[in-house]
Write a protein that binds this ligand. Structure first.
Ligand SMILES: C=CC1=C(C)c2cc3[nH]c(cc4nc(cc5[nH]c(cc1n2)c(C)c5CCC(=O)O)C(CCC(=O)O)=C4C)c(C)c3C=C
Ligand SMILES: [Fe+2]
Ligand SMILES: [Fe+2]
Length: 338
């Protein structure tokens, strides 16, 4: 058996064919403790995600976390699960269908589009194998994380490299590392906030809540914190907001280490205690609604705000498969189609 995977000679002289791979983080196959254990084991074993010394982490992961967390997380996933499956996967498939339609309308079958998850299914490896079998010789990888972070975008590129390094013929490949400051993305967020304000009125505070990460990632040189601040600054400028109109926070803490601050839950409680009655919250780091928005932002944090004296709490949905969001993706993809 050969060391590298090759293709049949028939596709060696085929015309240029581009494969566009949209990716997101991953989600369990079902909202059950067993599926959660498999998913969390793969996700949390990745050194890109948890960087504490390997041996110590594996003891904590297998000895404590994988015994406790799957049951707790399964209940949360159950509360957001839909008939079609996990919202993150369902929305990712809707995004893929719209991007595929726009690109095939314009480029015919010279472009194919697929969606994959970094952890769990559908896998990045299978999507790349399918590209290879279809004679793709130009690959565009678009991880749907607007702000580059090692644990998300970096980990995605690892998976792509690991697959492609087994191929005999390596195609042209474009990785979209970040798009936190791209004008169409900023305008799409601003328009979504404006639509929300038109429907529900101007909040006392607009909260920009980003998925958090341990502070040591920032100290070791990860740009996510700074990219997130840049996104907020550009959206605020686009909306013409003043300093008192908004706050920026980080959510979804996990584990004992210090994470990026200020924390979303603590900030919401202080905002209510300080007399803010009405907040609207948006989470620009999520390109699709998922557990961290539909459970944590829609329910958990609302309860915190209302219990602390707040009255109106609104979550502004992720850009999901909105046309303006599909345009953001097309704008990132099209320059790299050959
Ligand atoms: C353990 C550390 C974690 C880091 C670092 C982290 C970074 C990070 N994550 C996202 C986006 C998503 N995270 C999601 C789920 C999720 N994240 C963590 C932990 C870390 N994330 C856990 C343990 C989980 C699983 C859910 C749970 O058990 O609580 C998801 C998927 C949600 C879904 O619907 O399936 C996304 C998307 C970003 C952008 C990010 C960057 C800093
Ligand atoms: Fe996460
Ligand atoms: Fe969470």
């Amino acid at each position: 058996m050969s060391r590298y995977a090759g293709q049949s000679k028939e596709i060696h002289d085929c015309t240029a064919k581009t494969g566009v791979l949209l990716t997101n983080l991953g989600t369990p196959d079902s909202p059950t403790p067993g599926a959660l254990r498999r998913y969390l084991r793969e996700f949390l074993s990745d050194p890109r995600v948890v960087e504490i010394p390997r041996l110590i982490w594996l003891v904590i992961l297998h000895g404590i976390i994988l015994r406790v967390r799957p049951k707790k997380s399964a209940k949360l996933y159950e509360s957001i699960w839909t008939e079609q499956g996990s919202p993150l996967l369902v929305i990712s498939q809707q995004q893929k269908a719209k991007v595929e339609k726009a690109l095939t309308d314009k480029y015919g079958d010279n472009v194919i589009v697929d969606v994959a998850m970094r952890y769990g299914n559908p896998s990045i490896g299978n999507a790349l194998e399918s590209f290879q079998a279809q004679g793709v010789n130009n690959i565009i990888v678009l991880p749907l994380y607007p702000q580059y972070a090692g644990p998300t975008t970096g980990a995605t590129f690892d998976a792509v490299f690991n697959k492609i390094k087994t191929w005999r013929w390596i195609p042209s490949i474009h990785f979209q590392s970040s798009y936190h400051d791209k004008p169409l993305y900023i305008k799409a967020l601003a328009a979504s906030i404006n639509n929300h304000i038109a429907a529900h009125g101007k909040p006392d505070k607009l909260v920009f809540s980003y998925h958090g990460m341990p502070k040591y990632f920032l100290e070791q040189g990860d740009p996510y914190y700074c990219f997130s601040h840049k996104t907020t600054r550009l959206v605020v400028e686009e909306l013409g907001l003043s300093k008192d109109d908004y706050v920026m926070t980080f959510q979804s803490r996990f584990g004992k280490a210090e994470w990026l601050k200020p924390y979303t839950d603590e900030t919401l409680a202080s905002l209510a205690e300080a007399g803010n009655k009405h907040v609207a919250i948006i989470s620009p780091a999520f390109s699709a609604d998922c557990l961290e928005t539909l459970e944590e932002l829609v329910h958990e944090n609302k309860e915190i705000f209302i219990t602390a004296g707040g009255e109106q709490y609104h979550y502004i949905a992720a850009l999901n498969d909105a046309d303006a969001h599909i345009d953001v993706m097309l704008d990132l993809i099209e320059p790299h189609i050959t």
